[in-house]
Design a protein around this ligand. Sequence first.
Ligand code: BMA
Length: 373
Amino acid sequence: MKIRFFLFLLTSLFVLTAQGQSLPIDKKATAETKNLFLNLKRVSAKGTMFGHQDALAYGIGWKYQPGRSDVKEVAGEYPALFGWEIGHLELDKSMSLDSVPFAEMRGFIQQVYAMGGVNTISWHLNNPVEPSKTTWDKADSTIAKLFADKNALQRYNSWLDNVAKFLKSLKGPKGEAIPIIFRPFHEHTGGWFWWGRGHATPAEYVKMWRYTVDYLRNKKKVHNLLYAYSTDRFASREDYLQNWPGDEYIDIAGFDLYHRPESDPYNQWVADARKMVETVREIGQEKKKVWAFTETGLEGVPFANWWTGFLLPVIQDAGLSYVMVWRNARLTHFYAPYPKHPSTNSFKLFLNNPKVFFEKKIAAENMYAPVNQ
Ligand code: BMA
């Protein structure tokens, strides 16, 4: 009896420790958010979700037609993960910088949640020190200036208030908050955003990140977020971790890397991306986080075998939670196939890979239900 009790204690301790290491960074995360985090970990052992930015909002040759999605028209089903972009929410605009009305976006996010898919949000925010300047403003030391200027900081707080209000307005049928993978200040290893390399020191970046998380979580009581850190190209593990805000500030370790055959040798992207996938896997495993390929794509997908010949070798057997391609904005700027596109056959083969998850497989996984039920 005594031994059985001891064994019971020991097992409980193991389970508790494992779970303790596996919880989202927000101790007050809603039940559905906690469940999503644990399910992301569980499902990533089985396969990788495919995601598409703005998938329900528009595609090649159409805009805002209920139920439509280029991916669905090619694959017969929706992606598993959907990306949304809230740039310009901070400016009190009614639509995003990519012209998606926020009211519509809310509806799309609810639709995704209802069908068991996963939502992620990025934020190409303007420069909070000089708000008329865009996210691509390259003014140096914006973050240092922000924290040295009370008015600017107040402005940034009001931007976060807008973001918090929107995030809290995302509700499921029972009034529960819809969990969101939030991915701010992305691609910081590149120099094209005001928070990027060359325009902010690692210490400034970390300060900005922590301030943002603390404000949303502690001040605004937003508890439906998992936070994704997503670099652009990086050279090594040290490089990847240079701006890491701390294990207690990140839920998902990700990176973005586009395939640009015009500037790189044809096949270089596969080797580079694979190497980076291995690094985020190593870090994710060590730190007990989820890891993901947060943004990628080959503009226009000019290689008919891209999905199976290029993307699949990068993502396979790496425990990635998801891979997301960017938006189908127009004929000169798209990343997912649409009907009759030359890569549709390869896309269908990709979809049928047992380790690639689209909407049907992810719906069957009950991503918002408690794990072990
Ligand atoms: C870029 C392009 C832009 C867009 C921006 C933010 O990659 O797609 O057209 O405005 O992302 O979503």
